[in-house]
Design a protein around this ligand. Structure first.
Ligand code: CTP
Length: 404
């Protein structure tokens, strides 16, 4: 359950459904949440503050000042990971919609920076009244989450809409909210390249580089942690991942890496190319081992396909492409050139000049270069943390373009 450790302010207002509040608190506490109850004075006529203090294990607050002490609504609003108003009466809905602040509950609501969940409860005609419905639209427009009302027997004796969502359903709603927002890339496929490529010269020799694949594997795992289904195209590396959401395709040469990427990219919304791909390969691989004969030996090389640039050419709307740049001089200039030339959305720059950055280290010092000239310089940090920073920025980019 994703409610474990969550801090929740439960606001209770004047509705008969308040009698369900102790049960709701019990369920929240059982799921591992910490609950502080704030009530309106009308709320306390329907359910005893003593019962709620007992089940929540904290005093119940109801007014901005209890005579000698002042209850800090700002502190409570900032403390909370979520505010839940259940039941929320028609009267309180009206206040929330208009920013009125005549009690502690409303003050906490106005101070809260966390998500707010509202479970309305009232009689059917009150619920369907245009002023209630217009308040609901307004409150939704502020970014609050309205839980659906139930249909059934009402306190008035009528049967219809307006019942507060059942405590079990409220719990499921909150749990669903947190499990989705902790996996913002759920349902999205991503492609990551990592490691070096080896370009065979003869059956025993190759052209390669010092890349270990550590950074790319960390990116693949960070994407998977965010919920993505990742295909990791990995060059020859001693490292591997056992993350259940990462499928590894092993390749050796740049051409094999290119083919694997081309097979995968069309289905992917995100591609992060972290591999150190050999730029050139021998024109032909010798079938037999090359013998040591002359004092000089010339090897003719030909250019490999640029995978990032090729994906940049076929990238469609809704696909986000990230490349890496490992530089030794004029770093920003070279890296921003790659952003343009390869049609990437972001380039992760690391410089071999920075101590602790680059091949083999557990740490990296990266700068994120974005379209429009934004550069985000990050400190030297572990490759795992750097990978999460890359993924966080990528998610923000996609949210900004509304393509998540
Ligand atoms: N890249 C690629 N295919 C290649 C060469 C590079 O996909 N054949 C990708 C790398 O994975 C990286 C980015 O392009 O994401 C930049 O790689 P880098 O080696 O820094 O740049 P190059 O384009 O090879 O340019 P140069 O070596 O001249 O700096």
């Amino acid at each position: 359950m994703s409610l474990k450790g969550k801090k929740i302010v439960l606001g209770i207002t004047g509705s008969i459904a308040a009698y369900k509040a102790p049960h709701l608190v019990r369920l929240l506490v059982k799921a591992g949440a910490e609950v502080r109850v704030v009530m309106t004075s009308a709320g306390s006529q329907f359910v005893s503050p003593l019962s709620l203090a007992t089940v929540s294990k904290h005093p119940v607050l109801s007014s901005v000042s209890d005579g000698a002490t002042w209850n800090n609504h700002v502190e409570l609003g900032l403390w909370a990971d979520a505010m839940l108003i259940a039941p929320c009466s028609a009267n309180t809905l009206g206040k929330l919609a208009n920013g009125l602040c005549d009690n502690l509950l409303n003050a906490v609501y106005l101070s809260a920076r966390c998500p707010v969940f509202i479970a309305p409860a009232m009689d059917e005609d009150m619920w369907h009244h245009p002023s209630t419905q217009s308040n609901i639209s307004r409150i939704k427009g502020f970014g609050n989450h309205i839980l659906p009302v139930g249909h059934g027997e009402l306190a008035s004796g009528l049967t219809g809409d307006g019942r507060m969502a059942e405590p079990e359903d409220i719990l499921q709603f909150l749990d669903g909210f947190w499990s989705i927002s902790s996996e913002p890339l759920r349902g999205i496929k991503a492609l990551v390249t990592a490691g070096p490529t080896y370009e065979p010269i003869d059956p025993v020799r190759f052209i390669g580089n010092f890349s270990t694949g550590k950074m790319g594997i960390a990116v693949a795992e960070a994407l998977a942690d965010a919920g993505a289904e990742v295909t990791l195209v990995l060059g020859p590396s001693n490292l591997q991942t056992s993350h259940s959401k990462v499928k590894t395709v092993h390749v050796v040469t740049a051409q094999e890496m290119y083919d694997a990427c081309m097979d995968t990219f069309a289905d992917c919304k995100i591609a992060v190319l972290a591999a150190a791909v050999a730029d050139y390969r021998p024109i032909a691989m010798a079938i037999e081992k090359i013998k040591k004969l002359d004092d000089e030996f010339n090897l003719q090389l030909t250019k490999n396909k640029d995978i990032l640039a090729s994906l940049g050419k076929i990238k469609g709307p809704g696909q986000t492409l990230v490349g890496f740049a490992l530089e030794t001089n004029n770093e920003l200039e070279h890296a921003s050139g790659k952003l343009e030339k390869k049609n990437a959305d972001m380039i992760v720059l690391n410089s071999l000049k920075d101590e602790g950055a680059g091949f083999g280290h557990d740490t990296n010092k990266i700068t994120l270069l974005l379209r429009g000239g934004e550069n985000i310089e990050l400190p030297l940090q572990s490759k795992k943390i750097a990978a999460h920073a890359i993924v966080d920025k990528l998610i923000k980019l996609r949210y900004a373009e509304e393509i998540v």
